[in-house]
Design a protein around this ligand. Sequence first.
Ligand SMILES: C[S@@+](CC[C@H](N)C(=O)[O-])C[C@H]1O[C@@H](n2cnc3c(N)ncnc32)[C@H](O)[C@@H]1O
Length: 271
Amino acid sequence: MQDHYLLGRSSRELVRLERQAALIEAETEALFRRAGIGRGDSVLEIGSGAGDVAMLLGRLVGPAGAVLGVERAADSAALAAARIAAVGDLAVQIEVADLNTFVPTKRFDALVGRFILPYLEDPVGTLARLIGHVRPGGAIAFMEFDVRQIGSAPEVPLLSEIGRWIVGAYEYRGVAPGLGSSLGATFRAAGLPWPELAAFQKSSCGPGGIIWYFEQLVRTLAPEIVAAGLATEAEIAAALRDGRLEAEGIARGATFYGPRWVSGWTHVPSG
Ligand SMILES: C[S@@+](CC[C@H](N)C(=O)[O-])C[C@H]1O[C@@H](n2cnc3c(N)ncnc32)[C@H](O)[C@@H]1O
């Protein structure tokens, strides 16, 4: 079977996921609270990665609740389980399984995920199948990306180029780079009511800020960028060398914008 998860399973990618998780923890928690997830709930969390979403949910549902995280990559699942164990008192389990075929054995109060739907072979079909394991009235909450929105004002040509590489790398592997912007339609196609939505873009100007985000994403996508013929390894290395992106941004007085991240939440119809 083709591996649709193009970001790879390297330790560099797991470190990137943890840093990204810290950047958007507040928005992720806000999504789950808006969806009504709280103490005592049982939650199915799909595509756990390094476990950041599962741990956040564990804190929200407390000891009377339960979180089951599903992750295909065994090394990511092992890291997530170790981090959860290190916290000590979280009612969170991680299961190694492929969501393209995973069938839950129990019913949940909520189904959630962050940055997972575009990687699935059939996002709508999988969502529809898993919704069948959420109780009537239960919460459905997802946060997904649109990397086509990466950019700056005024334009910084190097960031525009990097943005094209990132979008092209996703497209090369058949991963929709803009699913976040059609999250509402994705929910509807899976048989859910129209969700409520909240979109945000992390941004920064001057030194530091979110420049690390672009650089780390390009590093983890470099094999796909090269394989897709978007840039050579030498061109990627030159783009990332010596704080070039930061210098070009400062020279233009530019504000950098990260991907559009879209939160969507709704509830399974009651009857
Ligand atoms: C971009 S990461 C997001 C991780 C985490 N949700 C977060 O926000 O930090 C996507 C994760 O989904 C997992 N994944 C991708 N396809 C999957 C599948 N078919 N079944 C289970 N997990 C999958 C990947 O291994 C990866 O850990």
